[in-house]
Design a protein around this ligand. Structure first.
Ligand SMILES: Cc1cc2nc3c(=O)[nH]c(=O)nc-3n(C[C@H](O)[C@H](O)[C@H](O)COP(=O)(O)OP(=O)(O)OC[C@H]3O[C@@H](n4cnc5c(N)ncnc54)[C@H](O)[C@@H]3O)c2cc1C
Length: 275
């Protein structure tokens, strides 16, 4: 839709040109959400495209996805990585997580990692990916400093996060240690290509540590790090999720999300419990 309150579009080419960024400025990434509803407070769009950040950087210690990396590029990693980094057995998760949100072909090729994370919807599929793989976000401050923090601390609730006015998400980092885990993925949505109601992902690391993440079903990510794949430990961890943390929206009731997420977590234990 037309954003008829917008008076200016800026296209910074260098980091220093991003600022000042005030409350009536909106950072524009893919624009799939920004142009989907009225933005009555917004007077200026600051388009990240001209910064030309490399979408994907593969290093021995892990992967860096630029905030401007598209879902299509993320999904393609599931095909690309097995040839380039055979030890990164978590590669299927990239495509699986991209399929965990409502996305037409057009959105798939336009929506970005940063836009998805900054919206901080429970059904944020890049939040699911980051939660399952010990992901940390890199944020640029207007003062010229950066900070890095786990996705589980960055997202604080449904559509809320720690990003302050003027801060820009630069990248999502995924460490090689997590990329080398064995993973299992479960997603439920009211319609096959619809917004996720529940996403549960399990990961077993080389030392046997079991990491279970629950997203979409909860208003923010819940990630449990357990010494082994143990269904009793999983039940106890799941029981500790507060009753007001279960998402309530058109895509599922909290009771359904609580009950079925546990069933899916138990399935994941059965799948990953055998080497
Ligand atoms: C029909 C439809 C269905 C959708 N379904 C889902 C769904 O199932 N799950 C889901 O999570 N989302 C969904 N969305 C929302 C959205 O399309 C996706 O979250 C998408 O990934 C957002 O990425 P984008 O690059 O288009 O963000 P944009 O629309 O460009 O930006 C989104 C928000 O993030 C801010 N932002 C973007 N990048 C940065 C950055 N680097 N630093 C700081 N702030 C930034 C923008 O200012 C804006 O407030 C849906 C949207 C539509 C229209």
């Amino acid at each position: 839709m037309d954003l008829n309150t917008v008076e200016t579009v800026s296209a910074p080419r260098e980091r220093a040109e991003l600022w000042p960024l005030g409350p009536t400025d909106a950072v524009l990434a893919g624009g799939t959400w920004l142009f989907s509803e009225p933005q009555v407070e917004t007077r200026r769009l600051v388009d990240l495209a001209a910064l030309r950040w490399p979408s994907i950087t593969v290093r021995d210690d892990g992967l860096e996805l630029a905030a401007t990396c598209t879902l299509a590029e993320v999904s393609a990693l599931s095909r690309r990585l097995p040839a380039e980094r055979a030890a990164w057995t978590a590669a299927p998760l990239f495509h699986q997580c991209c399929s965990a949100l409502l996305a037409s072909f057009k959105i798939w090729h336009t929506a970005t990692v940063g836009g998805n994370v900054c919206l901080s919807f429970p059904a944020g599929s890049m939040i699911s990916l980051a939660s399952a793989l010990d992901g940390e976000v890199v944020v640029w401050r207007p003062t010229g400093e950066d900070y890095q923090m786990p996705i589980t601390e960055f997202v604080t609730g449904a559509s809320s996060n720690v990003l302050a006015v003027g801060e820009v998400l630069r990248a999502l980092r995924l460490p090689a240690s997590a990329l080398s885990g064995r993973t299992a993925f479960r997603k439920l949505a009211p319609s096959p290509l619809g917004r996720s109601g529940i996403v549960v992902i399990g990961r077993v690391d080389a030392d046997g540590t079991f990491v279970l993440s629950i997203t979409a079903a909860t208003v923010r990510p819940y990630v449990f790090r357990l010494p082994a794949v143990d269904v009793e430990l999983v039940r106890a961890a799941h029981a500790g999720i507060p009753s007001d943390a279960w998402t309530q929206d058109a895509h599922g009731d909290p009771d359904w999300r609580r009950g079925v997420s546990l069933v899916l977590a138990e399935e994941i234990c059965a799948e990953l419990g055998h080497p």
